[in-house]
Design a protein around this ligand. Structure first.
Ligand SMILES: O=P(O)(O)OC[C@H]1O[C@](O)(COP(=O)(O)O)[C@@H](O)[C@@H]1O
Ligand SMILES: [Mg+2]
Ligand SMILES: [Mg+2]
Length: 331
């Protein structure tokens, strides 16, 4: 397996880590393609540190990336599937990873992915990861979809590669283009509507009201339930994604993880000219208070992300008033 990194000016340590990640992604893609023939990759396999059920592929992916990074410049490894930081040896880098994103889609043959975040090594194990996302030196994802893709940023735009399944090499294609300034597509799990805070309900109500509402035009909705696939769609054609904190037990601080889901996606989106917040404040300025800390997450076309933040600026009673006049989902 090879990965074309020519012209990116990466330090040899980082280039080696990227090549190992890509090679592991290519191997996993092969296993995923053979899922159900070889093994049931969606079989239940326990519970992770964050209390989420693990599937067989979650564990396989975690073990594969950890093994592939041994002997690399990655000195510390933090994973969704590991309770604690794993010390890997000496090196200049720390890597946080969601080895398998979109686990609920494994058994239905819908796109899934891997998300990674790379920092320069710090003085203590915790200091490698409990830091703001703007200190990342690289972030990216591997998308296991109809095409297997690697999408990454090293702080200068967003680069992307497609895995050629015949030659087994990641071929670099055009860089991600700046996100369009206008968008008509939004992504949110609307089944949680009744649990959302008033500003989110008011924002979505106005989109759903379409041409008949205050926005005066129609919007379209998508929800894949794979953050990687959702991000790839938004990087390709714009849009806005919301997974807000909500009133359900365990979701008071959102669903997605700041360290290995939101911070790397925020770096990619920001590098593509978009924006990412927890609803109000920039994700890249947030410091996780634990490896598995969750956060509300809103990202995509900058104007839309700013509009969500503006709804949060409304006094609670005003947003609620908007909601009661525009509560389209109420019978
Ligand atoms: O099932 P829900 O609540 O809509 O959540 C979907 C979200 O959960 C995730 O699957 C969480 O990631 P994991 O699969 O890595 O736990 C995201 O990919 C996705 O955006
Ligand atoms: Mg995930
Ligand atoms: Mg995961």
């Amino acid at each position: 397996m090879s990965l074309d990194l020519d012209g990116l000016g990466l330090a040899p340590d980082l280039a080696d880590v990227m090549t190992r990640l890509a090679a592991t992604g290519a191997e996993l893609a092969l296993r995923i393609a053979r899922g159900s023939i070889e093994a049931d990759l969606a079989a239940s396999a326990g519970t992770n540190a964050g209390g989420d059920g693990q599937k067989a592929l979650d564990v396989i992916a975690d073990e594969a990336f950890m093994a592939a990074l041994r002997g690399s410049a990655v000195a510390f490894y933090a994973s969704e599937e590991q309770d604690d930081i794993v010390a890997m040896g000496t090196g200049t880098l720390a890597l946080a990873i969601d080895p398998l994103d979109g686990s609920s889609n494994i058994d239905v043959n819908i796109s899934i992915g891997t998300i990674f975040s790379i920092f320069p090594v710090a003085a203590t194990p915790e200091a490698n990861f409990l830091r703001p996302g703007h200190e990342q030196i690289a972030a990216g994802y591997i998308l296991y979809g109809p095409q297997v893709m690697l999408v990454a940023s090293f702080g200068q735009g967003v680069q992307q590669w497609v895995l050629d399944p015949v030659r087994r090499e990641f071929v670099r294609i055009h860089d991600v283009r700046p996100l369009p300034l206008e968008t008509s597509e939004f992504a949110i799990n609307a089944s949680n509507y009744r649990h959302w805070p008033a500003p989110v309900r008011a924002f979505i109500d106005d989109l759903v009201a379409g041409a008949d509402g205050p926005r005066g035009r129609n919007f379209n909705m998508r929800w894949i339930a794979s953050l990687v696939a959702e991000t790839h769609r938004i990087l390709t054609r714009g849009g806005v994604f919301l997974y807000p904190a909500d009133k359900r037990k365990g979701y008071e601080r959102g669903r997605l993880r700041l360290l290995y889901e939101c911070a790397p996606i925020a770096m990619l989106i920001t590098q593509a000219g978009g924006a990412a917040t927890d609803g109000a404040d920039p994700i890249l300025g947030a410091v996780p208070d634990g490896l598995h800390a969750r956060t509300g997450f809103v990202f995509g076309t900058a104007a839309k992300v700013a509009r969500v933040a503006a709804y949060h600026d409304l006094p609670e009673d005003e947003a609620s008033a908007l909601f009661s006049t525009r509560g389209l989902f109420r019978s």
